[in-house]
Design a protein around this ligand. Structure first.
Ligand code: FAD
Length: 456
């Protein structure tokens, strides 16, 4: 038997990682990608920062052009082709060419589903008006950038105060707009610790961003120019000539679900740690799929680019015969709101309790650099552990310097199920320009050690 024909659906982070890996491992085999959009391989994560800078072209975020994918990587790439159904018994994928609407069947030996996720749109009156945007793919980013130039909006309403909503509150304020953030839950950054949230609220207030929590959007109205002019909520109306809906994402699982693949409890495609789906010869990776969570010791759905790239590589390798295992995620994520770095990893205290742990936590502030060295700022660390076992469960960090990347220390500890005592004893950098002799992480661990049950 010759090399398997590998077919990949979706051509961004997970899909192109899978295709490139499969191709590298079987240079003479056929690797075919179907992507319904007009591009492949772009860094969606960079969109907020690109939108902030009017001089940058949104296309700068494209990492690999279709030409390079074809010529240099030898991948057979079909843009504007949508996979519409999957016949698992005949091992055939039905694809539609979106330019002429014609459908055809494509045989595969191995299939990688990397269909990603889509932004949630609000099915509310007026929410199809021009000027109401989401931010998910590069076309969305381009549309917002164009609107900022062509329509010169003055007031923006952002619906949703998760990380994308807050990154964009920063970006649109920097672009000169008056920004209001609406969140239906009782706090911004739902699920984050109150002490972290308080720091973010402080910064938003200082920068003039209005925040309304406990506020549910009910609809939108147009102005005389036919574009959005007002957002209605249960707490009154807000004028807006640009609205960004940042209300979360949903996994694109329809193709998989229709073919009878198992969908996990999270609503994303179930996979094992080899990225294999419930169907022999079909792999899934990225935002459409679940990922094994090392702290929870079960699958979870936390759609992030770093996971999509890793899972994609593994799916691509395994599709051509390897037996690689994805070690798992711990839910590490970071972002910037004005000059405030934020990061979290593992579980927050509330989530830990819901998951059946008996969490204890501390929140401390320690300088980012040694005492007496110029320029240090306080880094706030909230560290969570399981009281009875002393095992570290998670952390949140916030500060204007040295916060985001310090979360990687805790992320690494979570991967090996370290205890608070293990964390206290880590040999971290001490050098005045970078860290005090007691690094913020060590100070937090020292404080938390007083709350966990000690071994006899
Ligand atoms: P996607 O990027 O969603 O790509 C899936 C592709 O599949 C799409 O192009 C879609 O058109 C195609 N497709 C879907 N169905 C079909 C079909 N039936 N047929 C053919 N093609 C199909 N992550 C981080 O880790 N760090 C960050 O800082 C970060 N910041 C972000 C900021 C923003 C504004 C956004 C939007 C995302 C951010 N992310 C971040 C998340 C990250 O971008 C995603 O996790 C990543 O893009 C997922 O890659 P993917 O390949 O799984 O899915």
């Amino acid at each position: 038997m010759g090399d398997p024909r590998v077919v990949v659906v979706g051509g961004v982070a997970a899909g192109m990682s899978a295709a490139s890996q499969a191709r590298r491992r079987q240079p003479r085999g056929q690797v075919v990608v179907f992507e319904r959009g007009p591009r492949i391989s772009y860094g969606a994560c960079g969109m907020p920062y690109n939108i902030e800078d009017p001089s940058r072209d949104i296309e700068d975020l494209v990492v690999l052009t279709p030409e390079k994918a074809r010529e240099e990587r030898g991948i057979e790439l079909h843009l504007r082709h949508e996979a519409v159904s999957l016949d698992s018994e005949r091992r055939v994928l039905r694809v539609r060419n979106l330019d002429d609407n014609k459908e055809r069947e494509e045989k595969f030996d191995a299939l990688v589903i990397a269909t990603g996720a889509r932004a949630i749109k609000l099915p509310l009156p007026g929410f199809t008006l021009p000027g109401i945007e989401v931010l998910r793919d590069l076309d969305d980013g381009a549309s917002i950038k164009t609107a900022l130039v062509e329509h010169q909006p003055k007031r923006a309403v952002i619906v949703g105060a998760g990380y994308i909503g807050l990154e964009m509150a920063h970006v649109l304020t920097e672009r000169g707009l008056e920004v209001t953030v609406l969140e239906r839950l009782p706090q911004i950054l739902p699920g984050w610790h109150q002490s972290t949230v308080a720091r973010v609220e402080e910064v938003l207030e200082t920068r003039g961003v209005a925040v309304h929590v406990h506020t549910t959007v009910q609809g939108a109205q147009a102005g005389t120019n036919g574009r959005v002019a007002r957002v209605m909520t249960d707490g009154g109306a807000f004028d807006a000539d640009l609205v960004l809906v940042a209300a979360g994402v949903r996994p694109n699982v329809e193709l998989a679900a229709r073919a009878g693949l198992r969908i996990g409890d999270s609503g994303a495609i179930w996979v094992n740690q080899n990225q294999q789906t419930s169907l022999e010869g079909v792999w899934a990776a990225g935002d459409c799929a679940e990922a094994y969570h090392r702290v929870l010791r079960r699958n979870a759905w936390i759609p992030l680019g770093t996971t999509a790239n890793k899972q994609g590589r593994i799916a691509g390798a395994n599709a051509v015969g390897a037996t690689q295992r994805f070690r798992g995620i711990v839910g590490t994520a970071g972002f910037l709101v004005f000059d405030l770095e934020l990061a979290r990893t593992g579980l927050g205290e509330e989530q830990a309790r819901t998951e059946g742990f008996e969490p204890v936590s501390v929140t401390i502030r320690q300088r980012s650099r040694a005492h007496g060295y110029p320029g240090g700022v306080p880094v706030q660390v909230t560290l969570v552990a399981d009281g009875p076992s002393g095992i570290v469960l998670g952390a949140e960090l916030v500060g204007t310097e040295g916060a985001a990347l310090r979360s990687d220390i805790v992320a690494t500890s979570l991967a090996s199920h370290c205890t608070v005592e293990d964390l206290q004893n880590l040999d971290l950098v001490y050098a005045p320009p970078f860290a005090p002799v007691w690094d913020p992480i060590l100070v937090a661990a020292n404080q938390l050690s007083k709350k966990v049950r000690r071994p006899a």
